[in-house]
Every structure is written in C-alpha cells, then in structure tokens.
Design a protein. Structure first.
Length: 185
C-alpha cells in the first residue's frame, strides 16, 4: 500500500518536471529555438492547426527560424499566427518561406525573463507540494481504515518527504540551468 502511494507520487513529480521543461522551452533565450513556435496555431481552412503540421521548420543559424509551408498560400496565415502569438518576434515572408529573425536580448529583458523562469519554478514546486499533501492524506486515510499500521504510516510519510525533497532539488537544478542559458550573452 505504502509502496503504491510512493510510486504514484514519484510519477506525479516526474510529470511536474516534464511540464516545467515544456514551459521553459517556450521562454526565448536570444537563440533560435523551434520550441518557441510550439503554441502557434495557424488557421488552415478554418481549423486552428499546429504550425508544424502545415510547414517544415528549421533553424539555419542561431538567430533565424525558417518556416517553409507545404502550400505557398499559407505564408500569410503563418505570418499572422506568429504575430498574434505575441512572441516578441517579427516574421517576414517572400512568398516561398517565412523568416523569423530572433533579436538579441537586452540586459533588462534577460533579468525579466529570469524572474518569469523563477515564477515557473515556484509554480512547479507548489504542484509538487500539493502532491505531497495528497500522498500524506492517502497514508493517513489508509491508517485510519486499518490498511496499514502507524509505523508504516510514519515510514511512508518519511519516504514521501524524501521524494518531495528530491523533486524540489531537481526543479532548482532545471531553473538554474535555464537562468544561466538566459543570462549567457
């Protein structure tokens, strides 16, 4: 019983880490990164469609994203979708491809982005702590219903706390790496 609860908790913590990594990939670091365009939806015959399903995207150099639509008439809608996404970039089209130059970040903007990253990290930590609360409640409920002994509950609570401490340490490492990436010129 205790092992099942701890195993579920470990899975939930891993999901929180994955979610944080996906969110951080969307934060612009001054280098061209295709993850920046993950949330962009293009109007494709009246249906909002992910950008990577209507065009091929590549990064030919560190400051440029190149988008080659499979249908030439999609250049305009792709440009519009990128502008509406408010990513802080200005796409341009020549009728064949859409170029998205990535501007260099100013020092002030870098500091703002580190604050955003820290906030994302805090949100991930809160999610992990909520998982701890849920696991602890499950242990207490199992004890009160007689499924496990009080000693098992105590050991379970300690194991839950160990998983949470490791999870928060990993979040701190992920955030530290992203902040270093943002602050690197």
């Amino acid at each position: 019983m205790v092992n099942d609860i701890v195993k579920d908790l470990e899975g939930s913590v891993a999901k929180a880490h994955d979610s944080l990594k996906k969110e951080l990939a969307k934060v612009r670091t001054g280098r061209a990164n295709l993850a920046l365009l993950d949330g962009v939806r293009v109007d494709y015959y009246g249906t909002p469609t992910p950008l990577n399903q209507v065009a091929s995207c590549s990064t030919p150099d560190a400051r440029l994203i190149l988008i080659k639509p499979w249908e030439k008439k999609m250049c305009g809608p792709i440009e519009d979708a990128i502008r509406k996404a408010e990513l802080g970039v200005n796409p341009s089209s020549d009728g064949e491809v859409v170029r998205v130059p990535i501007p260099a970040l100013t020092e002030e903007r870098r500091r703002e982005l580190t604050k955003v990253v820290r906030r994302m990290g805090e949100d991930a930590k809160v999610a992990i702590r909520n998982q701890r609360r849920d696991a602890n409640d499950m242990l207490k409920e199992a004890t009160s219903s007689g499924d496990i002994s009080e000693d098992d509950e105590r050991q379970g609570l300690k194991r839950v706390q160990d998983v949470i401490d490791k999870g928060i340490t990993v979040v701190d490492e992920i955030i530290g790496k992203k902040e270093a990436e943002i602050m690197a010129v």
